[in-house]
Design a protein around this ligand. Structure first.
Ligand SMILES: Cc1cc2nc3c(=O)[nH]c(=O)nc-3n(C[C@H](O)[C@H](O)[C@H](O)COP(=O)(O)OP(=O)(O)OC[C@H]3O[C@@H](n4cnc5c(N)ncnc54)[C@H](O)[C@@H]3O)c2cc1C
Ligand code: SF4
Length: 531
């Protein structure tokens, strides 16, 4: 059991300050509050409730987080040289924009990467996956819709029917639209409303059916006294007294919206939970400044889940409605290492048509560029019709392909840009994965469409990922990792990393459940505060 060092330091403002309120931050907030600690969560994004969410993703002000353009929504795109990262910003972090899917990775995840020798992870995490399922209100999607059924047809056509299934999701499936008293936490949680299968989960659930973190972990933590400070971004963490942090820390933050007011609080412990694009750049900056003892491994072993996203728009005269259902309602395991999920946006959410071009698969960027140009010359009407068709969201499925095949990149502070990535281990992540392209073409035949991709992915060959992981991984010691097997940061006391950056191998599937379970495990190792 890990003891909070210097328990007598009651003059500090908090026992623990948690930076970021996504999966890792929310679990930490609840479990530390239950153990009697005084907890503050600092979150850079806004609070969102029901009707605060936009009706479609054309409402950029409510949807996108891009403060330099005065956009303060909850969906962020970070463009790096090897990858475009999608993430969530707001109270509840990525849960506000995620597609609710909660798979458990296969054995390979638990036995590979820098954490492999530190524990029998599959065994050790089993009970924590169960807790995570319970806390997030996981249930199997009860209804397959048009996009799921098309994937089912695809499964049949490639002889993989037995490998198609409905997914487990963090959604309340009561009677559609009917509100009931808390069905999950014996009355201690908030009211929930039955899912309407509107498909809009990724632009935020306006119907109180999605089990976002503010409806479970954060809600319960607040009941126990945890405080949440929204719209504040932590920019510095300074050691108080003894160099290893055993005297505590000063956490400095500034307003992330409006006038840039500065303030600080002190705490005995700090949990970094800003997600990979929050924690890793902050660590890289602090290593040069106030936290020099951080491992040289900060920024290393970042994985993209070997992911590819393609869009197929049905050009049938009377198309089915591919926007209905859950954002992700089913999965096809195409082989031991690969998975395909049909993803949708709700009716009217057609922003991504502005970024797409048809996919051309070729090693050379020039040939890809010429190939796309040639397609537009050969089939101008067909392609423009696909992009500008009426009811784009209703006609479009996003195909998310993920693999456990391992490769890593490294994140560094850039000289001219805020951050840059460099190749580290294995093949550099690719925007077009041949298997994914092949499956998308087959899906296209079923729905009468052709694969399109984000123009950055197609032309530059870099992938877009919603599942960036690593950068503060586990290791035997500080030469091999940033944190130990209990998520404690090497070089500092009472400092932890609990978010996607702690993920030390490639899950090859959507990671939020694993981030939740591993944080549950780490929190179970912290002793309760002595009364
Ligand atoms: C569109 C989309 C769909 C997705 N669908 C799925 C899915 O179906 N299933 C799944 O498992 N995963 C999905 N994901 C991925 C999932 O959202 C992330 O893996 C997960 O949210 C990561 O959790 P985390 O704990 O690392 O932190 P996050 O959830 O990313 O939260 C980090 C929080 O910290 C805040 N923050 C960062 N830096 C600071 C700072 N300096 N000061 C204060 N606050 C800070 C951020 O604003 C953010 O709110 C999806 C992601 C996207 C973008
Ligand atoms: S499908 Fe619609 S109602 Fe159901 S969880 Fe998603 S956004 Fe909410």
């Amino acid at each position: 059991m890990i003891k909070l060092i210097k328990e007598e330091m009651s003059q500090l403002d908090f026992d623990y300050v948690i930076i970021g309120s996504g999966f890792g931050g929310s679990v930490s907030a609840l479990r530390l509050s239950e153990k009697g600690y005084k907890v503050l969560v600092i979150e850079k994004g806004k609070w969102f409730i029901g009707k605060d969410f936009p009706k479609t993703n054309w409402n950029l002000k409510k949807w996108l987080w891009q403060p330099n353009m005065n956009l303060f929504g909850f969906f962020k795109m970070t463009f790096l040289n090897h990858v475009t990262v999608l993430s969530g910003v707001g109270v509840g972090g990525g849960s506000l924009t995620y597609a609710n899917t909660l798979p458990i990775p296969k054995t390979n995840f638990f036995t590979s990467g820098s954490w492999a020798t530190l524990n029998n992870w599959e065994e050790a995490l089993k009970p924590h996956y169960e807790t995570a399922y319970k806390m997030l209100g996981a249930a199997t999607n009860p209804k397959l819709h048009a996009a799921d059924l098309a994937i089912k047809d695809l499964a049949e056509s490639i002889g993989k029917s037995a490998h198609f299934e409905a997914v487990k999701v963090a959604v309340y499936f009561g009677e559609a639209g009917r509100t009931v008293e808390d069905p999950y936490f014996e009355g201690k949680g908030p009211d929930r409303t039955g899912c309407t299968h509107c498909g809009a989960c990724m632009t935020g659930c306006r119907y109180n059916a999605k089990n976002t973190l503010d409806k479970n972990y954060l809600y319960l933590a607040q009941q126990l006294g945890a405080e949440i400070l929204a719209e504040k971004e932590v920019h510095n963490v300074v050691v108080l007294g003894v160099e290893d942090g055993s005297d505590g820390y000063k956490i400095e933050y500034k307003s992330s919206i409006g006038k840039k007011e500065m303030a600080s609080v002190t705490a005995k412990g700090v949990i970094f939970s800003g997600g990979v694009v929050g924690t890793v750049p902050l660590f890289l900056k602090l290593k040069k400044k106030s936290l020099p003892n951080l491992s040289e491994m900060v920024g290393c072993a970042i994985r993209t889940n070997n992911e590819s996203l393609m869009l197929v728009t049905s050009m049938d005269k009377n198309p089915k409605d591919y926007s209905k259902g859950l954002a992700i309602g089913s999965i096809l395991h195409t082989d031991d290492n690969s998975h395909l999920e049909p993803v949708r946006y709700g009716e009217g959410s057609a922003f991504f048509r502005t970024l797409t071009i048809p996919v051309i698969f070729n090693k050379y960027a020039v040939l890809r560029f010429l190939g796309v140009l040639l397609l537009f010359v050969k089939f101008p009407l067909k392609l423009l019709k696909t992009i500008f068709t009426k009811n784009y969201a209703k006609r479009t499925s996003v195909l998310l392909f993920m693999q456990t095949v391992d490769s890593t990149i490294r994140l560094k502070l850039g000289k001219f840009t805020k951050m840059k990535t460099v190749s580290e281990m294995g093949a550099t992540p690719s925007g077009i994965i041949p298997e994914a392209f092949d499956l998308s073409k087959k899906y296209g035949k079923i729905v009468n469409g052709i694969p399109f991709g984000n123009f950055v992915d197609v032309l530059l060959g870099t992938p877009t990922t919603a599942h960036i992981l690593g950068g503060a991984v586990m290791g035997e010691d500080r030469s091999k990792g940033v944190i130990d097997k209990n998520n404690q940061v090497f070089g500092y006391r009472n400092m932890f990393v609990c978010d996607g950056s702690m993920i030390s191998a490639n899950p090859g599937v959507n990671p939020s459940l694993s981030i939740t379970a591993i944080t549950e495990y780490a929190m179970s190792k912290i002793e309760a505060k002595p009364s």
